[in-house]
Design a protein around this ligand. Structure first.
Ligand code: ZN
Length: 323
C-alpha cells in the first residue's frame, strides 16, 4: 500500500502553520504562510489550498497522497458542521470553514479549536505520552486550554469546553479580561498577566530586586525576566511566581477533581520557564486536589512547541478519514 500523508493546519492571526504528517504522527514536511486577514479573512482557505498544491509540486507528489486535512481555528467550532462561531482576529462570524476548505482543496476536512488540536498533539506525540485523560493549558499572551477525557476532546454544548483561562480566580475586584469578565485566570497566569502583576508590585513596594533594575534600565519587563530572576532566588520574583503558580494550581486542582487526569501539560511561551514552573504548579495542584486525584496526577511541560497544532490536526484527520 502506498503510504498516505495527513495535512495538519494550525491557523493563527499572523501565520498559518502547515505540515504533511505520516500515519505515525511524524512530520514529513512543514512550512508556514502569512495569514491574510484582509477582506474579513476570505482569502484564507484559497491560500491554504494553493500552498498545499505548491508543496506537493515541490516534493513531486500526487494529490492522491493526501488522506485529508485536520485544522485548528482560533475560536470555538461547531464540530458537526465545521462552522467557526467566531474568530475575532480574523473577522469571522459563523464562518463555514470546513465547507469552504473542502471546496477549495478537494480534500475532506475536519476542524476544531486551535487549543484543542494542540492538546491532541501533545496527547499523541508530546508530553501526554498517550495518556487518555489529560488537561493541556497554554500560557501565552492569553491562557488557552484543551481537556481530553477518555481520548476525546471535551467540546461542550456550544464549543466552549476547555476554556481554562476564563476560570474566575479573583471573584471580586480582579483585573479586566478580554472576555468581558474580571479576575479570570488569564489576567494572572498569561505572559501579559505576569507582566501586569510585576509592574504593580514594583510600583507598590520598594523591595530591592533584579526586576526593578531591569525595569528602570530598559523600561520594560517580560514573564521570562520574572522566572529567570526567581531561578536566581530574587525575593520579589519568587513572590510573584508563587502567586501565579498558586492560582494556576488552584484552578487546575478543581479541573483535576472533575476529570481525575493522568497528566496536566503546560505549554505556550511562559512554559519555557521549564521544570521550575511545572514543579511549583504540581505542588499546588496536589495540595488542593482530592487525595486520590492528587496521587495520580503529574504536571509536565509540553514538548512539541509550535508543532503541537499541526500534529494534533493530523491526528484528527487520521481518526476521521483512515478507513
Ligand atoms: Zn476571561
Amino acid at each position: 500500500m502506498i503510504e498516505k500523508w495527513l495535512v495538519g493546519v494550525d491557523l493563527g492571526g499572523t501565520t498559518i502553520k502547515m505540515a504533511f504528517v505520516n500515519m505515525y504522527g511524524e512530520i514529513v514536511h512543514k512550512w508556514e504562510i502569512a495569514t491574510d486577514i484582509s477582506n474579513h479573512g476570505k482569502n484564507i482557505t484559497a491560500d491554504i489550498a494553493k500552498s498545499i498544491d505548491q508543496k506537493l509540486n515541490e516534493l513531486d507528489q500526487p494529490k492522491s497522497k493526501l488522506l485529508g486535512i485536520g485544522m485548528g481555528a482560533p475560536g470555538p467550532v461547531e464540530m458537526a458542521t465545521g462552522l467557526v462561531y467566531e474568530a475575532v482576529n480574523l473577522g469571522w462570524k459563523n464562518y463555514p470553514l470546513k465547507d469552504l476548505l473542502e471546496v477549495e482543496t478537494s480534500l475532506p476536512a475536519v476542524i476544531d479549536n486551535d487549543a484543542n488540536i494542540a492538546a491532541i498533539g501533545e496527547m499523541w506525540k508530546g508530553a501526554g505520552e498517550g495518556a487518555k485523560d489529560l488537561i493541556c493549558v497554554t500560557l501565552g499572551t492569553g491562557v488557552g486550554g484543551g481537556i481530553i477525557a477518555n481520548g476525546k476532546i471535551v467540546h461542550g454544548v456550544n464549543g466552549a469546553g476547555g476554556e481554562i483561562g476564563h476560570i474566575t480566580s479573583i471573584p471580586e475586584g480582579g483585573a479586566p479580561c478580554n472576555c468581558s469578565k474580571t479576575g479570570c485566570l488569564e489576567t494572572i497566569a498569561s505572559a501579559t498577566g505576569i507582566v501586569r502583576i510585576t509592574k504593580e508590585k514594583l510600583a507598590s513596594t520598594k523591595t530591592v530586586s533584579i526586576l526593578r533594575k531591569i525595569y528602570e534600565e530598559t523600561g520594560m519587563i517580560t514573564a521570562k525576566d520574572v522566572f529567570d530572576a526567581a531561578k536566581a532566588n530574587d525575593a520579589l520574583a519568587l513572590e510573584i511566581t508563587d502567586y501565579v503558580t498558586f492560582h494556576l494550581g488552584l484552578a487546575l486542582s478543581h479541573l483535576a477533581n472533575g476529570l481525575n487526569p493522568e497528566k496536566i501539560v503546560i505549554g505556550g511561551g511562559v512554559s519555557k520557564a521549564g521544570n521550575m514552573l511545572a514543579e511549583k504548579v504540581e505542588r499546588y495542584v496536589k495540595r488542593f486536589a482530592f487525595p486520590r486525584v492528587a496521587e495520580s496526577v503529574h504536571v509536565t511541560i509540553a514538548t512539541l512547541g509550535n508543532d503541537a497544532g499541526v500534529i494534533g490536526g493530523a491526528w484528527l484527520a487520521k481518526n476521521k478519514f483512515a478507513q
